[in-house]
Design a protein around this ligand. Structure first.
Ligand code: PHE
Length: 341
């Protein structure tokens, strides 16, 4: 009978260790240790043994019982852990739940127009360049024929850099004119979009930060005709309609002759509103033929080369195109405004 007991133990241990799920383990527990279990039944036969054998048999039986109980609780712990992990994973995988909405950003209206302009100019053979926003006074003024004491410096209210004399936040993208001529020489066609800064008292049409898109074309025998032709293509492509334009003389030290190209105000249709300062016209593209001194600063001979330059008010164009009546909205970061584009 002792032999039977150890054999039963070995069988039970093997089966318990092999059990894969809690249910199976529970069945084994009943099978061996339950009230009608195999071990229980065997232990009851103690009464058939000789008196001196009874205690030994009882002791061995109890040890086996304890051992099996211990083994069962260990395996129960492991299986429990496994099954819990499995079931919680299933809960996360509820494929019937609606997905979370993914909020996508989109391009700012400035960028939309900028990319559109870049596309138009690329097709006309212009390269696209970027320039520094922190600029030396040399490229922002001097190389553009505006010497330090010249009153023309007052035309642009400039942010000077504290403790860094000779440096400014660029007041226009014209800072790229001489940089580009120096680098590429002639012939050359380039546009430079970018952010500019001025110390402005802000109102509906002035902000301290705004965007321009500058253009420069240098070749032999460039005239105002070339300039007007390019401007017309540009405005038609971007505004997608014929617009009335007018050319007035305008003074900029780095062009000669210089012009202001105005567009009939698209906000009020020319009737007059705060954006066009009640004139019906909006200054959109200051432009002109490159001044001989600028060509010289870039290292070109003005007798051989000529060119035109323009400084399109990118921010203004965005306002015209979309009918935005306050420039400050563009830099506000206000989602109620931005989400309309
Ligand atoms: N840089 C000038 C401005 O910001 C505009 C301009 C550019 C004028 C190119 C003529 C030629 O006022």
């Amino acid at each position: 009978m002792f032999d039977q007991l150890t054999k039963l133990k070995e069988k039970a241990v093997r089966e318990i260790k092999n059990s894969k799920v809690l249910k199976e383990l529970h069945n084994l527990e009943v099978k061996y240790l339950g009230r009608k279990g195999e071990l229980t039944k065997l232990l009851r036969q103690v009464k058939d043994l000789a008196a001196e054998e009874k205690p030994k048999f009882g002791q061995l039986g109890n040890e086996i019982k304890e051992e099996l109980n211990q083994l069962i609780s260990e395996i129960k712990f492991e299986l429990n852990k496994k099954e819990k992990a499995g079931s919680s994973k299933e809960k996360w995988l509820d494929v019937t739940l609606p997905g979370r909405k993914f909020i996508k950003g989109h391009l700012h209206p400035n960028s939309l127009i900028q990319y559109q302009l870049e596309d138009v100019f690329s097709r006309m053979g212009f390269i696209i360049l970027e320039g520094p926003e922190l600029e030396s006074e040399y490229y922002n003024f001097e190389a553009l024929n505006i010497p330090p004491t010249h009153p023309a410096r007052d035309m642009q209210d400039t942010f000077f850099i504290k403790d860094k004399t000779g440096w400014v936040m660029r007041t226009h993208t014209s800072n790229m004119q001489v940089r580009t001529i120096e680098k590429y020489q002639a012939p050359l066609r380039a546009v430079f979009p970018g952010r500019c800064f001025r110390y402005e008292a802000t109102d509906v049409s002035h902000d301290t930060t705004f965007y321009q898109l500058e253009g420069l074309m240098i070749d032999k025998d460039i005239s105002i005709d070339n300039l007007i032709a390019v401007m017309k293509v540009l405005l038609k492509e971007v505004l997608k309609r014929e617009v009335k334009i007018r050319l007035r003389p305008g003074y900029f030290p780095f062009v000669e002759p210089g012009f202001e190209l105005d567009v009939n105000c698209l906000i009020c249709g020319g009737k007059g509103c705060p954006v066009c300062k009640h004139s019906g016209w909006v200054e959109m593209v200051p432009c002109g033929l490159v001044h001989p001194n600028v060509l010289k600063y870039g290292g070109l001979d003005p007798k051989e080369w000529s060119g035109f330059a323009f400084g399109l008010g990118l921010t203004r164009l965005v306002m015209m195109k979309y009918g935005i009546d306050d420039i400050r909205l563009l830099q506000s970061g206000d989602l109620r405004f931005l989400q309309q584009f």
